[in-house]
Design a protein around this ligand. Structure first.
Ligand SMILES: NC(=O)c1ccc[n+]([C@@H]2O[C@H](COP(=O)([O-])OP(=O)(O)OC[C@H]3O[C@@H](n4cnc5c(N)ncnc54)[C@H](OP(=O)(O)O)[C@@H]3O)[C@@H](O)[C@H]2O)c1
Length: 301
């Protein structure tokens, strides 16, 4: 096991890693925060590959930022497997994988793999893509430490009910108990197991909270997606969101910093770029074992 300090460790990430010619993959990098993350990494000299579902948006971003763009829907396992194969063949080594694409569906729906879609996109996709890309990451480390950066969001706290991980009983609750928050919290628990299993001198797994931005995801959310008690204030706050959070480059800085600073395996980095305390549910070994076993079962090798 290779953990960089206790869960309560504080402090800012240090160091500057030379990114010139290093290959970095950003899922959901054709729009929103992911696109600004890609822009920030290009500025630091990295060779960036972005993914998205829409070929038109992908082509436009490839031209605007000078990046490569690949098509993959993170809620589809066949797309993730094809993506990993293409990345391995085309680039050989991968220095960093940023599992940025997030899924916030308006209601409970199942993917073609039979998995609840937020669980598929927010938990299984970072799990599966990381596992498939481990050989490329080990090659890309090239004597340094390759990075896996899993992007969390929402309000990732509270309990994880083993009987409701795929919203089998309840999709949206009263305050913070939503399927989006639940799956981001579950992903953080899985990330800690990834850090224990994969982390070492050649790979570091870090979770990052980007902070808020007015993006295609936030704009598309119907009011019923919000927790019941927040619904009355959503129409009042919504017009302010483009004013308060128009700049997606600010939240993008967190992931750029994790890639460009010294490796921080098993660390949770908050939106101020400082180490943050892991939510209590992610420290529960029973929850973590259950989630890992679920991932293995739902996305077999
Ligand atoms: N926005 C916020 O305030 C906020 C706050 C905290 C955390 N976060 C987290 O930060 C990350 C980025 O958030 P964002 O607001 O920028 O999200 P977003 O608006 O959904 O991001 C758009 C990008 O994601 C791609 N995308 C969307 N669904 C996808 C799917 N199923 N498969 C593959 N690509 C997909 C889009 O391309 P296509 O549409 O062409 O697929 C586009 O490249 C997410 O993990 C989110 O949970 C966001």
């Amino acid at each position: 096991m290779f953990l960089a300090g206790p869960a309560s460790a504080r402090g800012t990430l240090h160091g500057v890693v030379e990114l010139r010619e290093k290959v970095v993959l950003v899922t959901g990098g054709t729009g929103g925060i992911g696109k600004e993350t890609a822009r920030g990494l290009v500025r630091l000299g990295a060779r960036v590959v972005v993914t998205g579902r829409d070929p038109g948006r992908a082509a436009a971003v490839a031209e605007e930022l000078g990046v490569d763009a690949l098509i993959a829907d993170v809620t589809r396992q066949r797309d993730l497997r094809a993506l990993a194969e293409t990345v391995g063949e085309r680039y050989g080594g991968l220095y960093a994988l940023i599992n940025n694409a997030g899924v916030h569906p308006p209601r409970r729906e199942l993917t073609e793999d039979g998995v609840e879609s937020a669980f598929a996109g927010n938990v299984l996709a970072p799990y599966l893509l990381t596992r498939l890309l481990l050989p490329a990451l080990r090659r890309g480390a090239a004597g340094g430490t390759a990075r896996v950066v899993n992007i969390t969001g929402g309000v990732p706290r509270g309990r994880l009910d083993p009987g409701n991980l795929q919203a089998e009983r309840r999709f949206t609750g009263w305050l913070t108990d939503t399927q989006y928050n639940r799956t981001k919290l579950a992903m953080m628990a899985v990330s800690r197991t990834q850090a224990e299993r994969y982390g070492g001198p050649d790979i570091a797994v870090t979770v990052a909270y980007p902070g808020h931005a007015d993006t295609p995801m936030t704009r598309a959310l119907p009011i019923r997606t919000y927790p019941v008690l927040l619904r009355p204030v959503v129409p009042l706050v919504r017009p302010l969101m483009p004013l308060l959070w128009s700049d997606a480059s600010r939240p993008a800085r967190t992931a750029v910093r994790v890639v460009a600073a010294d490796a921080a395996n098993g660390v949770y980095v908050g939106m101020n770029g400082r180490r943050a305390r892991w939510p209590a549910a992610t420290t529960d070994p029973a929850v973590r074992d259950l989630l890992w076993t679920m991932c293995e079962r739902l996305a077999p090798a």
